[in-house]
Design a protein around this ligand. Structure first.
Ligand SMILES: *Cc1c(COP(=O)(O)O)cnc(C)c1O
Length: 381
C-alpha cells in the first residue's frame, strides 16, 4: 500500500510531515491549546481562500461542507439556480431539493464549461433566486468553470454565489473576495494534500445576513452554531483533533510553497499531462480551453477496456487511476495531478501507462509521452 501511487482526484498522496503531525497526542478540544491550533488553522484556511472572512473547519468530507452551504441558506420553496455539468453539480442540485428548494437548472453538457453569457441570461430572468451554485472544478468531467467571470455577473444581483472549490483550492486560482464568492467550500484530501475527513467553508457578510434569517432544519451543520463556537476558538461538537493537526501542517506546506507557486505547479502538471496523453494519440474528454488544472479526463483508446487499463495499472504497476462516472463509465479514465504530485509521479504514471497500452496492442512510439511530458516541464521551468 505504501508503494501505491495515488493518481486519482482525491484522496491524494499525503506528505510525511502531515502524517507525522497526525500522530501527535490528542488534546482537549475545549482547551486553550486546541483553541490556538484551531485559530491558526482557520486563519491559514482564509489565507488560502484569499478572503478576509472567517473560515470554519467541518469534521466530514467535502460533501458535508456542500450540505452546510445549502442547508443554511435554503428554505422550502426558495428558488436556487444550480449550474449542472457533472456529478458534483448534480450533488448541489440534489442538496437544494433535499432542503426544499426549487431548483432552476442551468444544464451544461458534460465535458464543457458553463457559459457566462448563459448564466447572465438566467440571472436576468431569475433575479429573485436566493443562490446560484457552481462547481469550480468539476472532477467528474475534468472541466474548470469560469467562476471569476460569473462572479463579475453576480455582483449585479442580491443572489448569493455559492462555489464548490473542493478539487481546485490550492491548485487553481480561487480568490473568494476578489471574485465575490459568498459561500466557498473545499475539502482536505485534494490539492491541500491532507487525508480525507475534513472540509472547510467560508461565508461573506451578505451570506451571513441570509443565514441569520433562515430557520435551518440542520443540526450538526448549523453555521450559526459554528460562528458562535468559533468566537470562543471552538467548534460546536467534538472535531477531529488529529485532522486539525493534519490541516494545520498541510496548509503550512501550501503557504511555505507559496499559493502562486503551487498553482503554477498544478498548471504545469496539467499541461504536461495533456501533451503526454496527446503524444500517445489519446483523446482528451474535456472541450479544448475548458481543461481542469488539477485532473485530466482521457478517452479509453479503442480496444482497451477500463478494467484492462486501470486494472493493469493498479495490479501490475501499483498506480491508481480513476474511472469515469455514470455515462462516462468505461468510456474515460481520469488522472489526478493534484496536491504534491509532480514530475516524479507523472513520469512514473506515463511510463507505466505506455507499458499497459502496449500490452493491450495500442500502437504509438514508445517513450513519446515522456518526451512530451519533460518538454512541458522544461518549458515551464
Ligand atoms: C471530491 C469532491 C467533492 C467532495 O467529495 P467528498 O467525497 O465528500 O470529499 C465535492 N466536490 C468536488 C468538485 C469534488 O471533487
Amino acid at each position: 500500500m505504501e508503494d501505491t501511487l495515488l493518481m486519482i482526484p482525491g484522496p491524494t498522496t499525503v506528505p510525511k510531515r502531515v502524517l507525522d503531525a497526525m500522530a501527535q497526542p490528542i488534546t482537549n478540544h475545549r482547551g486553550a491549546l486546541y483553541g490556538e491550533i484551531l485559530d491558526e488553522t482557520t486563519a491559514m484556511m482564509s489565507e488560502v481562500f484569499q478572503t478576509d472572512n472567517k473560515s470554519y473547519l467541518l469534521t466530514g468530507s467535502g460533501t458535508s461542507a456542500m450540505e452546510a452551504a445549502i442547508a443554511n441558506i435554503v428554505e422550502k420553496g426558495d428558488k436556487v439556480i444550480n449550474v449542472v455539468g457533472g456529478k458534483f453539480g448534480e450533488r448541489l442540485q440534489q442538496l437544494t431539493e433535499v432542503f426544499g428548494g426549487e431548483s432552476i437548472e442551468v444544464t451544461v453538457p458534460w465535458g464543457q464549461a458553463a457559459d457566462p453569457a448563459e448564466i447572465k441570461r438566467v440571472m436576468e430572468e431569475n433575479d429573485d433566486a436566493k443562490a446560484l451554485t457552481m462547481i469550480h472544478n468539476e472532477s467528474s468531467t475534468a472541466v474548470v468553470n469560469p467562476i471569476k467571470e460569473v462572479g463579475e455577473i453576480m455582483k449585479d444581483y442580491d443572489t448569493l454565489f455559492v462555489v464548490d472549490t473542493v478539487s481546485s483550492l490550492a491548485g487553481d486560482n480561487v480568490q473568494v473576495d476578489g471574485y465575490g464568492l459568498d459561500i466557498c467550500l473545499s475539502g482536505s484530501q485534494k490539492c491541500i494534500a491532507a487525508p480525507p475527513g475534513m472540509s472547510a467553508i467560508t461565508v461573506s457578510d451578505d451570506a451571513w445576513n441570509v443565514i441569520d434569517k433562515v430557520n435551518s432544519p440542520t443540526y450538526y451543520l448549523d453555521m450559526k452554531k459554528m460562528r458562535k463556537s468559533g468566537e470562543k476558538s471552538q467548534t460546536p461538537y467534538t472535531p477531529s483533533v488529529s485532522m486539525t493537526y493534519a490541516m494545520r501542517e498541510a496548509l503550512s506546506m501550501v503557504l511555505e510553497e507559496g499559493l502562486d507557486n503551487r498553482i503554477k505547479r498544478h498548471h504545469t502538471g496539467a499541461e504536461a499531462t495533456r501533451t503526454a496523453a496527446k503524444a500517445l494519440g489519446l483523446e482528451l474528454f474535456a472541450r479544448e480551453g475548458d481543461y481542469s488544472n488539477t485532473l485530466t479526463g482521457i478517452y479509453l483508446p479503442e480496444g482497451v477496456s477500463d478494467s484492462q487499463l486501470r486494472g493493469t495499472m493498479r495490479d501490475k504497476y501499483q498506480i491508481e487511476l480513476a474511472g469515469g462516472q455514470d455515462d462516462l463509465k468505461g468510456k474515460i479514465f481520469r488522472i489526478g495531478h493534484m496536491g504534491i504530485t509532480g514530475l516524479h509521479e507523472l513520469s512514473m504514471t506515463f511510463t507505466c501507462l505506455e507499458m499497459t497500452l502496449k500490452e493491450f496492442g495500442f500502437e504509438f512510439e514508445a517513450g513519446s509521452s515522456i518526451a512530451n511530458l519533460q518538454e512541458a516541464y522544461l518549458k515551464n521551468m
